[in-house]
Design a protein around this ligand. Structure first.
Ligand code: T46
Length: 134
């Protein structure tokens, strides 16, 4: 649960980062959404049962807490060429947004509310059940 550095193509005009399904993004991208105009209210506080995502802070900065049910990782993200892979079944919380923060998220599926686990207790129960089945 760490940041991934993407290849940055830089020249005198600035920087370019290319994101490609199945190459530096380990899934087929079906949806892109972005968050901006954020304030001091934290977001997230859920996990996804199946959805895989890649999160980029393409402007400004924020902090992301990731929790796989066994350990927590706190990541500060402010470099547009760095992304965070949000695998399925990772509880995530985002906060400390700078005023100019723009979070762009690539997802491997369309929006589906039934894929969300929005209670931490339910998340813990769910991963215990998943691990018992494996
Ligand atoms: C995630 C983190 C990183 C839609 O209608 N379509 C969409 O594609 C999305 C992402 C959300 N929505 C609706 C669902 C809610 O009624 O927009 C509303 C706000 O969503 P939510 O409270 O889930 O927002 P965040 O910032 O807590 O979480 C979002 C994503 O929902 C989530 O998948 O992983 O960003």
């Amino acid at each position: 649960m760490q940041k991934t550095k993407m290849n940055k193509i830089s020249d005198s005009r600035g920087n370019l980062v290319s994101l490609e399904s199945g190459k530096n993004i380990p899934f087929e991208i079906k949806r892109i959404y972005y968050l901006y105009g954020l304030n001091d209210e934290p977001r997230g506080f859920h996990a996804h049962k199946k959805l895989k995502q890649f999160l980029f802070c393409i402007h400004g900065a924020c902090s992301v807490k990731l929790d796989n049910g066994q350990s927590e990782t706190l990541i500060h993200i402010s470099d547009p060429s760095e992304g965070i892979f949000l695998d399925q079944l990772i509880w995530h919380e985002m906060y400390n947004f700078s005023q100019d923060c723009v979070l762009m998220v690539l997802a491997d599926d369309h929006y589906n509310e039934s894929d969300y686990i929005r209670s931490y207790d339910d998340f813990k129960d769910y991963i215990i059940k998943e691990r018992t089945i494996e």
